[in-house]
Design a protein around this ligand. Structure first.
Ligand SMILES: Cc1cc2nc3c(=O)[nH]c(=O)nc-3n(C[C@H](O)[C@H](O)[C@H](O)COP(=O)(O)OP(=O)(O)OC[C@H]3O[C@@H](n4cnc5c(N)ncnc54)[C@H](O)[C@@H]3O)c2cc1C
Length: 825
């Protein structure tokens, strides 16, 4: 076997093969793909996957990746045999809740550019004659969904890569890595060592084991999943084509179906979760535990547990009565990967440079992810925004085997559930709590979870604010049941109380790092779009861009010393970005301050009156100006006060060492009572920031968008010297063709929640990002990505929400206090 290659890919499943295909397409031909199994049916998950491709996903990125898979495999064949059967996909609803939810899913599909249709039970039966129409209320049809022939696609892509110079070696197991000076130098295999500059782990369910060989943790969990094939179905007798029926999902029973010639394939997620340790999965057919049928002895297949299939089989026969006269011809517990958030794990290791990972990828997304990985490796950036799948999105706890196992198992259970966008994880909770937690509990906080933190969304103790409104003759807010989940009218009351008096917001979960060292200023100047060389005490809202001018993050930088900056980030990805660009000469230090400090936002017109009661420091407008930072004492608590606000009010972010947290809360609370201070939750916070027009990175904009498109041109100082992304911005110009646009619904009593399609003249032209009731402006607000051609001249637009169309129009941005009078007061 060759002893050197520029790139080595470990694993020739559908992910490894797709990445090899795309890498060679980009001109990277010095490439070696090794697999412990025989080529091209290696015995991994791709070797037995039934290959259903349902493209619609709540994630726009995942839908884009699936669309590329379809395009790629549809144009591919192996010796004249198709790699994709575009038979269409139908998700049926057996319950009113599911039927209602399919309308939301229809909206998602169209938001992301998929052709889709809601169809009646009779129309489902027209397409899949085996379905009992009495059992269903209708279905969602996506005509371009279908079956990917994964083994065929692996071989077709492998051959194409070989024809461009890549080498493939089967029955070659990677047993170790050569790593020096934090870089991968090569791999050790059962057939000799191979030097390499870049190594990509596409080892599927063996990924954690392979990662450990290199000393890196890959947070994925292998789980068993049941799939069976029936004996011939009478109604399909004589079928000559493998599949003509659309693929079928029956999510109310956590099941899916596909035709296989004259039989049917039946998959179930209904059973208990069956986690397996990667270390316990055999690597070859010889030592595999065995199953039934032609999957026997594939190492990724565990013995079929028939008891787990009893109820699913009954459910299958109810939906498809023709199956009653069949039996299971073969059946398995096949293994594949789940993650703590349902997304794949992609990217380059921070600890071992040159070592990349592409794990927990379904066949559905394999074409798109192979392309994105190849672009990322060769060009430094994937063509699609992969923030949701980035290896570095996880907090430290999310790498622990206990967490990955618990969350992976829950995700398995919920894979077909109707999941509300705000639905929190159930276990493990509480995981991370701020020092204010006991007081929040006393105030009846309704907690949701994010990044492991318990975050109050509203406080039951504020219910009295509603009664006061009722006495004033105003009615309480109401919402339809879906939008009312994880919400209370108290949210609106807290928002109004913030605008009327003052509120305390727990901002502790906001990630913050200290950037210090002799090179700190130069480093930040180079990475951000703003001017960092300001007087000590200056605070700057600025952007991190990538080389293409895409927004990697929006951050707040407070200059606390000559070469000491506190950076308010959006999450671990920002820390990774900073780490990635940190100079190697040791002149810049990064220290994560998140756990060491806590933060309270004190905001509202009476915030100064409250703070003034308990500090001797000058917090007047002149004493601590807008967008300035100052070290103050709040009674005996040492506090760094940043005069800014994400809710658009006068006030400060007050940072203190964690151990002072409770004291700080108690001091502010007591001082605030005469002024009507309340505790505010995330619900109010979000509503206030949206009506103030403040963007939320990851929801409103991401690396796909440049600052001018996102309405953040004000944060770009072209005269602040060279910075990452500057050249690209110059090329792009300041007049975009699409824009994050503020819309208001004509009927303020209606509400959308985000990701809904926006239509102009009945045609989908964009999608919603953040949406909320604007409690102060009395309007229902939705930000949306729209082509500028659709937003000029007061065009009439509509937003589709669960099948209903709400008229909307473009509005001034921001709706609340555009003159910034309240914050500057
Ligand atoms: C029953 C079942 C049904 C499924 N149905 C669908 C479906 O309908 N649609 C869908 O989209 N997805 C489906 N999936 C999921 C899908 O099969 C997997 O997510 C996908 O195949 C994973 O591809 P992969 O390339 O990452 O892994 P694999 O195909 O497992 O490839 C990994 C490869 O790495 C090799 N390898 C591992 N360790 C080493 C080593 N040390 N040295 C050398 N080589 C090594 C293995 O031999 C293997 O070939 C299903 C999964 C199961 C189990």
């Amino acid at each position: 076997m060759q002893s050197r290659a520029q790139v080595v890919i470990i694993g020739c499943g559908v992910v490894g093969a797709s990445t090899a295909y795309h890498l060679t397409e980009l001109g990277c031909a010095d490439l070696l793909v090794v697999d412990q199994g025989p080529l091209f049916t290696t015995g991994g998950s791709s070797s037995h996957a039934p290959g259903l491709v349902f493209q619609t996903n709540p994630s726009r990125t995942m839908t884009q990746l699936a669309r590329h898979t379809v395009e790629l495999y549809q144009g591919m064949d192996l010796d004249g045999q198709a790699c994709y059967h575009p038979v269409g996909g139908i998700e049926v609803a057996a319950t009113p809740e599911r039927w209602h939810d399919l309308k939301r899913k229809y909206g998602l599909a169209t938001s992301w550019g998929l052709e889709a249709e809601l169809i009646s039970p009779a129309e489902v039966v027209e397409r899949i004659s085996l379905v009992d129409s009495q059992r269903i209320r209708g279905g969602l049809l996506v005509p371009s969904d279908g079956i990917a022939k994964s083994v065929r696609a692996v071989e077709a892509m492998g051959r194409a890569a070989q024809s461009r110079g890549a080498r493939f070696e089967g029955e070659t197991q990677v047993t170790g890595f050569d790593i020096a000076d934090g870089r991968v130098r090569g791999v050790r295999t059962t057939r000799g060592n191979v030097e390499a500059e870049t190594v990509l782990i596409c080892a599927g369910i063996w990924g954690p084991k392979v990662g450990r060989l290199a000393g890196i943790a890959i947070p994925v969990q292998p789980l068993g999943h049941q799939y069976a094939r029936t004996t011939p179905v009478g109604a399909l007798a004589g079928a000559t084509q493998e599949v003509t029926h659309p693929i079928l999902r029956h999510q109310d029973s956590s099941m899916y179906f596909r035709q296989v010639f004259d039989g049917y394939g039946v998959g179930s997620y209904q059973h208990r979760s069956l986690p397996v340790s990667a270390e316990d999965i055999p690597s070859s057919r010889r030592d595999a535990p065995g199953s039934r049928g032609d999957w026997q002895q594939m190492p990724s297949v565990m013995a079929f547990t028939a008891d787990d299939f009893k109820q699913p089989w009954q459910d299958a026969c109810e939906l498809l009565p023709a199956l009653r006269s069949t039996q299971l011809a073969d059946a398995m517990n096949g293994l594949f990967l789940f993650t703590s958030d349902g997304m794949p794990v992609l990217g380059e290791s921070r600890d071992v440079r040159g070592l990349w990972v592409a794990e927990a990828v379904w066949v559905t997304h394999s074409g798109g992810i192979g392309r994105a990985m190849a672009e990322w490796i060769v060009e430094g950036k994937p063509g699609v925004d992969l923030r949701e799948g980035d290896l570095h999105r996880f907090e430290a706890f999310a790498h622990s085997p206990a967490y990955v196992r618990a969350r992976g198992s829950q995700n398995f259970q919920e894979v077909y559930d109707i999941i509300h966008p705000l639905q929190p994880m159930e276990e493990p909770r509480p995981l991370r709590t701020s020092p204010f937690y006991p007081r929040q509990q006393e105030l009846g906080a309704y907690f949701l979870e994010a990044s492991g933190w318990e975050r109050p969304h509203w406080f039951e103790s504020n219910i009295g604010l509603l009664e006061r409104r009722a006495l004033d003759g105003q009615v309480a807010d109401e919402r339809e049941p879906w939008a009312a989940r994880y919400w209370s009218p108290i949210v609106g009351a807290e928002a109004r109380a913030t605008r009327a008096a003052a509120a305390l917001y727990d901002m502790t979960p906001l990630k913050r790092v200290e950037v210090s060292g002799l090179g700190a200023l130069t480093f930040l100047q180079r990475l951000t779009t703003g001017e960092m060389n300001k007087a000590v005490g200056a605070v700057t809202y600025t952007l991190l861009l990538d080389e293409r001018g895409g927004i990697r993050s929006d951050i707040t930088v407070a200059r606390l010393g000559d070469q000491r900056f506190q950076v308010g980030c959006n999450g671990p990805l920002d820390v990774d970005w900073l780490e990635h660009h940190r100079p190697a000469d040791g002149s810049v230090h990064l220290t994560d301050l998140t756990s060491a400090t806590c933060c309270l936002g004190l905001w509202g017109p009476k915030a100064r009156e409250v703070l003034g009661r308990i500090t001797g420091d000058d917090v007047s407008n002149d004493g601590l100006r807008f967008f300035r930072a100052k070290r103050i004492d709040v009674a005996e608590v040492p506090v760094t006060a940043l005069r800014l606000s994400y809710v658009g009010e006068l006030g400060w972010e007050l940072y203190a060492p964690t151990e002072y947290g409770l004291r700080l809360w108690d001091l502010l609370w007591a001082a605030g009572q005469p002024s009507g201070l309340v505790a505010g939750g995330r619900g109010a916070f979000n509503a206030l920031r949206v009506e103030k027009g403040y963007r939320s990175w990851g929801t409103d904009m991401w690396a796909e968008h440049n600052p001018y498109e996102a309405g953040l041109g004000f944060a770009v100082r072209m005269d602040s010297g060279d910075f990452v992304g500057r050249e690209a911005l110059l090329r792009a110009g300041t007049q975009p063709t699409r824009r994050l646009t503020c819309l208001v619904l004509d009927d303020p009593s209606k509400l959308v929640l985000g990701k809904e399609p926006v239509l102009a003249g009945g045609r989908v032209v964009g999608f919603v990002t953040s949406a909320t009731q604007g409690y102060s402006v009395g309007q229902s607000i939705a930000y949306a990505w729209l082509p500028t051609s659709e937003t000029d001249g007061g065009a009439m637009l509509e937003i589709e929400y669960f099948g209903q169309r709400y008229p909307a129009r473009v509005a001034a941005d921001p709706l609340f206090d555009p003159q910034m009078q309240r914050m500057r007061a």
